[in-house]
Unconditional design. Structure first.
Length: 117
């Protein structure tokens, strides 16, 4: 089982930046894809970015390309989401997800990001 803990959310003004962290424990991540999702009030949970641990392949939702960067620290078993040029439309609870090659899904508890106009 993989245990995920997110942190780094908060309140920021439009145009500001935040860096979210997702610390993983319990398993080595070599067979996992780590993904960030977000869920705004009254909306579905949407994919934001992903990083495949085995080869560092990354992809992003179109609306965050060029603004958000997903990265990792192998030694800390941590995945980051650097978010720049934030807008109120980025306001949501951000969740970290680990999906194994076998399709198992693990979720963190989420961290709130609020962007004021």
């Amino acid at each position: 089982q993989v245990h995920l803990v997110e942190s780094g959310g908060g309140l920021v003004q439009t145009g500001g930046s935040l860096r979210l962290s997702c610390v993983a424990s319990g398993r080595t991540l070599s067979d996992y894809v780590i993904r960030w999702f977000r869920q705004a009030p009254g909306k579905e949970r949407d994919f934001v970015a992903a990083l495949r641990w085995s080869d560092d392949y990354r992809n992003y939702q179109d609306s965050v390309k060029g603004r958000f960067t997903i990265s990792r620290d192998n030694a800390k078993n941590t995945v980051y989401l650097q978010m720049n040029s934030l807008t109120p439309e980025d306001t949501a609870v951000y969740y970290c997800n680990a999906r194994s090659l076998g399709g198992e899904d693990y979720w963190g508890q989420g961290t709130q990001v609020t962007v004021s106009s």
